[in-house]
Design a binder for this molecule. Structure first.
Ligand SMILES: Cc1cc2nc3c(=O)[nH]c(=O)nc-3n(C[C@H](O)[C@H](O)[C@H](O)COP(=O)(O)OP(=O)(O)OC[C@H]3O[C@@H](n4cnc5c(N)ncnc54)[C@H](O)[C@@H]3O)c2cc1C
Length: 428
């Protein structure tokens, strides 16, 4: 057999094994529709689920998303450093429309699991047989004194949902005087993207080093230590940004004052030129109002074979909103993998057939430590029957030996590939 054909078949078979579908199930959808699925949220999880439902079966899929376009959080820290523009991280939903997904721009205001319908803020309703919800996160602003007020949220931007806040934060960093102070407040774990804050610190430091070298960057971490790729980030802090960047663990933000700009941390008060506050997080509002949150008052518990909520039948939940398996990160890559397991399971359930009993998912997170050099962490997670959750496969994955520009190229390819995968885009 031709080597190219062999390797191509192996790759396809591996992809199908991950998702839990036999290759025969990958044929172009035909015949009558097997059911109606509404997907709430067109981010990493929701867009992927919508795309793969259409790819693998003849399902009527409607995707509801409040924003006109998808804006990627991965690579958004580069916008803060001035190394990319937000437009370069923005993609439309046309690929999904071409794949047969009905894309509705709107705000989902309620999910009625008894009547099996999704209600939109404009009063319209969408009936479903199964609903997939991947709404991401919202913030526990009331856990930081003073932060619940609109004035405080305007003054202390999070930039933790890519878009308008990313651009506004970049403008403030640009407007900082040389010799100014940028401070980043990191909440206690778990939060969206464990390496994200440390990447942000590095990339903003790279900009300051080059454009405002007398400035200082303070990383105030509520956690006792760096939460991901620790040794690699610590090396970058010291070797690339020593003298400019200072990392302070066990520094939880307690209170902010919007009028004066003063922020009270566990052991000190800070007044920065730019204070970037990443607040503690929970599953997004629609998960809460639907009664899906049932773990620690923050996250959604799911049956990991189908991603169906353990609180509300017929509702499948993906991505950052979910209470994760052990060592499973809240990442775009992982949301994409959740979506494939869920799409395969929903198709089986609509057909009245059993779901795959042994799914496997994986994750890779790249982080920029400068404008060009990158480190990664990778892991593989396999469903464990006794524990009824995904557990890490020992010996699989790992971290980079050192930061490199080669990994920088991999990181950019990873982003283009995952956007193409989730949004059914043609790669140039
Ligand atoms: C700075 C930063 C860097 C990151 N870097 C990486 C990285 O390098 N690699 C990686 O894998 N991950 C990274 N992440 C994490 C990644 O962005 C998230 O894990 C991922 O977005 C989670 O996908 P999701 O589908 O759960 O949520 P999202 O992608 O946030 O999608 C949720 C969608 O639902 C929509 N929505 C919510 N509620 C409603 C409603 N009621 N009605 C209509 N629409 C609604 C939202 O508008 C949103 O589009 C990063 C995150 C940040 C903040």
């Amino acid at each position: 057999m031709d080597a190219h054909l062999l390797s191509r078949r192996r790759v396809l078979a591996a992809g199908a094994a991950v998702a839990g579908l036999a290759l025969a199930g990958c044929a172009t959808p035909g015949g009558p529709s097997i059911g109606r699925v509404v997907v709430v949220g067109g981010g990493f999880g929701g867009a992927t689920a919508a795309r793969y439902l259409r790819l693998w079966a003849n399902v009527d899929v409607t995707l509801v998303e409040r924003n006109p376009d998808f804006v990627s959080c991965p690579l958004s820290n580069l916008v803060l450093g001035g190394f990319r523009q937000i437009d370069s991280l923005t993609r439309g939903y046309d690929g999904l429309v071409a794949a047969g997904v009905k894309v509705v721009r709107g705000e989902v205001s309620a999910i009625d699991a008894t009547a099996r319908q999704v209600r939109l803020a404009d009063g319209s309703t969408l009936p479903y047989d199964r609903v997939i919800v991947s709404p991401g996160i919202d913030f526990l602003t009331d856990q930081i004194g003073g932060l619940a007020s609109p004035a405080a949220q305007e003054r202390f931007l999070h930039g933790w949902k890519a878009g308008a806040q990313t651009v506004a934060l970049r403008r403030r960093i640009e407007a900082m005087p040389d010799g100014g102070l940028f401070a980043l407040a990191i909440p206690k774990a778990p939060f969206r993207c464990p390496p994200g804050p440390y990447e942000r610190a590095c990339v903003v430091a790279a900009y300051l080093k080059q454009a405002k070298p007398k400035s200082k960057l303070l990383v105030l971490d509520a956690n006792p230590e760096v939460q991901s790729k620790k040794a690699l980030f610590e090396k970058a802090f010291k070797e690339l940004y020593g003298g400019l960047l200072e990392y302070r663990p066990n520094s939880e933000l307690k209170e902010v004052d919007a009028a004066s700009g003063v922020a009270r941390f566990e052991f000190e008060d800070i007044q920065a030129d730019v204070l970037n506050v990443v607040p503690p997080q929970r599953a997004a509002d629609i998960a809460r109002s639907t009664g899906l949150i049932n773990v620690a008052n923050r996250w959604v518990g799911v049956n990991w074979l189908s991603l169906e909520s353990t609180a509300v039948p017929g509702v499948h939940v993906l991505g950052d909103a979910v209470f994760p398996g052990p060592a499973m990160p809240k990442s775009g890559h992982m949301a994409n993998q959740h979506a494939k397991v869920a799409a395969a399971a929903v198709i089986q359930l609509l057909k009245g057939e059993p779901v795959n009993p042994a799914p496997v998912v994986m994750n890779t997170c790249y982080s920029f430590v400068s404008a060009s050099d990158v480190i990664h962490v990778a892991s593989v997670h396999q469903y464990n029957v006794e524990q009824k959750t995904f557990v890490p496969v020992q010996g699989a994955g790992g971290v980079s030996a050192a930061a490199s520009a080669l990994e920088g190229r991999y990181a950019l390819s990873w982003a283009e590939n995952i956007w193409a995968d989730m949004l059914a885009l043609q790669r140039a």
